[in-house]
Design a protein around this ligand. Structure first.
Ligand SMILES: Nc1ncnc2c1ncn2[C@@H]1O[C@H](COP(=O)(O)OP(=O)(O)O)[C@@H](O)[C@H]1O
Ligand SMILES: [Mg+2]
Length: 276
């Protein structure tokens, strides 16, 4: 198998016409990969993605071929999928204001060309979820917001409309399922590609804590930074050491690793209702 790409957290191999997406136990905080892995994170996020692809299968075709037909060394944390021609757009849906969306709103009152009502604050629920696509920037550069028209120029008006509609549909389904389990999906990032027969297909990972902001519903309080379900302990610990968010990040003590692992297990179990 040929290693095509080694990302911060996942590795991508080509196997004939298929891709093998392998999730590691690496974790990034403020965009820096920590030197200490979180045991089982790769398996947990792989299982979560697989579960979501099934929940969404009636909304959108997806790229999963097999969760078991993967090299033994990656068993449990790899997915065999269709190799697609990727659309070079990060398809983001936002139901709440946070992160770069918040920054953009504070600057311009809009995100990706979508004007939002005034008076929103960090963590506010948006009147309706919005499609806020960005570019997929090469390593070392930052993704830039794209307007819907820019997506249409790059990918075609029909494709842009499909990307928007599918992204909002996936978000709505995900947010509804999660809300019933006490979790807010503040935003999520999806990627799509075309299969060989030209079908727009949901790819990458879906509705994991690495691609989404999950907040505990009972702690939600607009007007301040929200508690992040998965990474709050490790983030708070890291900044508490005086770390300046520049690489290298400090080694993580065993107790913080264990608590972080427990958060990933909890988010998986709460969403799926399945014991890890
Ligand atoms: N079915 C697919 N076909 C082709 N490329 C895919 C497919 N699913 C995901 N990808 C690509 O695989 C890569 C996964 O890399 P990732 O681990 O997210 O690293 P990073 O985003 O840090 O580059 C992304 O470039 C994504 O677009
Ligand atoms: Mg990625």
């Amino acid at each position: 198998m040929e290693l095509l790409h080694s990302g911060k957290v996942r590795d991508v191999y080509a196997d004939g016409d298929d891709l093998i997406l392998v999730a590691s136990d690496r974790v990034s905080v403020y965009d820096v990969v920590l030197p200490t892995p979180i045991p089982d994170k790769g398996t947990i996020l792989t299982r979560l993605s697989l579960w979501w692809f099934e929940q969404l299968a009636d909304l959108v075709p997806h790229h999963v071929l097999s969760a078991t037909d993967v090299p033994a060394a990656f068993a449990g944390r790899a997915i065999r999928c269709k190799r697609l021609t990727m659309v070079p757009v990060e398809c983001i849906a936002r139901g709440y204001l946070a992160g770069l969306g918040l920054k953009e709103y504070e600057k311009s009152g809009s995100v990706s060309g979508v004007t939002l009502s005034g008076g929103l604050v960090e963590g506010s629920r948006l009147p309706a979820p919005v499609f806020t696509p960005t570019t997929k920037a090469p390593v070392g550069e930052h993704d830039e917001f794209m307007t819907f028209d820019e997506v249409a120029v790059g990918s075609g008006a029909d494709v842009a409309a499909s990307l928007r509609d599918l992204t909002l549909a996936v978000y709505a389904r995900g947010a509804q399922i999660a809300a019933a389990r006490g979790i807010i999906v503040a935003d999520t990032k999806l990627e799509f590609g075309f299969s060989r027969d030209g079908v727009l297909t949901l790819a990458d990972e879906v509705l994991t804590p690495d691609s989404s902001r999950f907040w505990p519903l009972d702690a939600w309080e607009p007007g301040r930074a929200q508690f992040s379900f998965d990474k709050q302990y490790v983030r708070d610990w890291a900044t508490g050491t005086g770390w300046t968010k520049q690489p290298p990040a400090p080694e993580v003590p065993a107790e913080v690793v264990e608590r972080t692992r427990a958060r990933y297990v909890e988010v998986y179990e709460r969403l799926t209702g399945v014991r890890y």
